[in-house]
Design a protein. Structure first.
Length: 282
């Protein structure tokens, strides 16, 4: 399954036999509200099931960061409740820049479920085309997915530090946070020494849809990516970095980028870990 699906492709899937329809997950979430669950109750794609980032797609915040990886048993329970079945296609969407949907995509891939795609343009694209919406909350049949971690590579702090020197480590945050000019959330400002700034906002166009493969490939080539380059990614808490992993796959990079799930919210908790500032990797 390709990692991205268009609104027309999803509409076709949803109009087919029920046994062949994709499971659709609504993962809308906002750092500063209103809650995604409220938006879901107002209107969502037909048959879509709401899955919460904080309780299903991340573990408890703490020493591991603000959005550490969930326990496999917890993720499996939520995915089964949403109707996710082994080998059956899943489509995920949000209503912002696609980064939360990318986190859900990444987690399903990490869990060993390869049949998953992100809806290009998300809720806004679907609604903007006046496609069907509903406030009816479905009751899906229990899924049977078995979460087996390891389907996508991950980094710890030591691995991220090493890759920043021996490969290519991307920092997906906006430039002011990367440069250490501001830090509104985490304990310290700055970035991992050696990391290259690659803001996740560069993956989508003004219309909210993802840039095509050639545009993304050109962007990453300009950032130093070659087919042989080992790449890792981090952000503030491991959510928006997932969109860089997805963008690299859309661009045709042969190997999945490794995700530092704890990201800056984990790195910055330890005062012994160095922090670089300014626009250069350091």
């Amino acid at each position: 399954m390709r990692p991205m699906i268009t609104t027309s492709e999803l509409a076709e899937r949803l109009s087919g036999p029920e046994s062949a329809r994709s499971v659709v997950l609504d993962v809308r979430w906002r750092l500063a509200g209103p809650p995604g669950a409220d938006s879901y109750r107002e209107a969502h794609l037909p048959g879509a099931v709401y899955v919460d980032l904080d309780t299903a797609l991340a573990g408890e915040p703490g020493e591991g960061g603000r959005h550490p990886l969930p326990e496999p048993e917890t993720l499996q329970r939520h995915l089964r409740a949403a109707g996710v079945r082994a080998g059956h296609p899943v489509v995920v969407y949000d209503d912002s820049d696609g980064s939360v949907a990318a986190r859900a995509w990444w987690l399903l891939r990490w869990a060993g479920h390869t049949e998953v795609a992100v809806l290009d343009g998300g809720f806004a694209a679907w609604a903007g085309e006046e496609r069907p919406l509903t406030d009816e909350v479905p009751s899906p049949e229990e899924g049977d997915i078995v979460v087996v971690p390891g389907g996508m590579p991950v980094l710890d702090a030591a691995g991220a530090a090493t890759l920043a020197r021996d490969g290519l480590l991307f920092d997906a945050r906006a430039r002011p946070r990367y440069a250490g000019e501001t830090e509104p959330i985490d304990p310290r400002a700055g970035h991992i020494p050696g990391a290259v700034n690659a803001p996740f906002s560069g993956h989508v166009g003004e219309d909210g849809r993802w840039r095509d493969a050639s545009e993304l490939a050109e962007r990453f080539e300009g950032l130093g990516v070659t087919p042989e380059t080992p790449v890792g990614v981090y952000c503030g808490s491991g959510v928006t970095a997932s969109s860089v992993v997805l963008a690299l796959e859309v661009a045709g990079h042969p190997e999945p980028a490794a995700l530092y799930a704890g990201s800056w919210s984990h790195w910055s908790r330890d005062p012994e870990r160095p922090a670089a500032t300014g626009d250069l990797p350091g």
